[in-house]
Write a protein that binds this ligand. Structure first.
Ligand code: ATP
Length: 255
């Protein structure tokens, strides 16, 4: 088995008197693409944010490369973790080139290396540098801006990518296109570990080599898409799958 990159051990999180996560344990191996699926409020975003310490757990430990993240310098930790959210957060007054170069510039990379990295990443997300490098975010579509967000998160070559509903705000056709691209990017960047939060069951089962299904702060099932479909473990998982089967039946009837 591949080496574990992320390990949750009996993690708990409360907000005030509300228990969001009671006792969460799981492992993610190097190079996996994990999708986290679940109903609203089930703790998906909280789980993701505990990995880059935007949220601190109240109990338990989280390890990255077998080291408790509390013992890793915060800047070092976040440099190793790319983070993409739905509300993109590109800097509006900066060109696309400058947006992608933010972290390498902070790290004081050589100017030549920064430019080469920007060109490489813009190629990767299919926004050629010559055409898009000097544009500003508002001159791109929502889907293109999301791709810049992915490129920016990859700039310093992190080992882990956290993606929180990154394609939540785009239309269905663009979303499908972005899903294909992120899958290809993950395959091309062999060895990088992706954790991707989504509400969308189709997206979760298409992208994840493993899907983590969360319900009320607990893992209902964490397995390959095939195993989940073959043997749903809880009524909640079955209910989720039924939504897809019902949709299939609807479209079948319309044809
Ligand atoms: N900073 C906070 N203070 C208080 N409660 C919070 C805070 N952040 C999250 N919560 C609560 O924790 C619960 C889980 O939130 P979380 O964002 O992790 O869920 P989620 O599964 O990502 O939901 P969604 O799919 O709607 O984004 C929710 O009930 C939310 O209201």
């Amino acid at each position: 088995m591949s080496k574990s990159v992320i390990k949750f051990k009996n993690v708990a999180k409360h907000f005030g008197s509300q228990t969001i996560i009671e006792d969460l344990s799981f492992d993610v191996a190097a190079g996996e693409f994990i999708t986290i699926l679940g109903s609203s409020g089930s703790g998906k975003t909280t789980t993701l944010k505990m990995i880059n310490r935007l949220i601190e757990p109240d109990a338990g430990t989280i390890e990255i490369n077998d080291e408790n993240i509390e013992n890793i310098d915060l800047i070092e930790l976040r440099r190793n973790i790319g983070y993409v959210v739905q509300q993109i957060g590109l800097f509006p007054h900066m060109t696309i080139e400058k947006n992608i170069a933010t972290v390498p510039e902070l790290l004081e990379w050589d100017l030549k290396d920064i430019k080469a990295r920007v060109i490489e990443l813009m190629d990767l997300v299919k926004l050629p540098y010559d055409q898009y490098g000097q544009r500003f975010p508002k001159q791109l579509s929502g889907g293109q801006q999301q791709r810049v967000g992915v490129a920016r998160a990859l700039a310093a070559n992190p080992q882990i990518m956290l993606l929180d509903e990154p394609f939540g705000a785009v239309d269905a056709i663009t979303r499908k296109e972005l899903q294909k691209q992120i899958k290809a990017i993950h395959e091309e960047l062999a060895g990088k570990t992706f954790l991707f939060v989504t509400h969308d069951i189709n997206e979760a089962f298409y992208l994840g080599n493993k899907v983590m299904i969360m319900d009320e702060g607990k893992i209902s099932q964490y397995d390959t898409p095939e195993n989940i479909v073959k043997a749903p473990k809880t009524a909640f998982v079955q209910e989720l799958l039924d939504t897809v089967y019902e949709e299939g039946a609807l479209w079948g009837a319309l044809k």
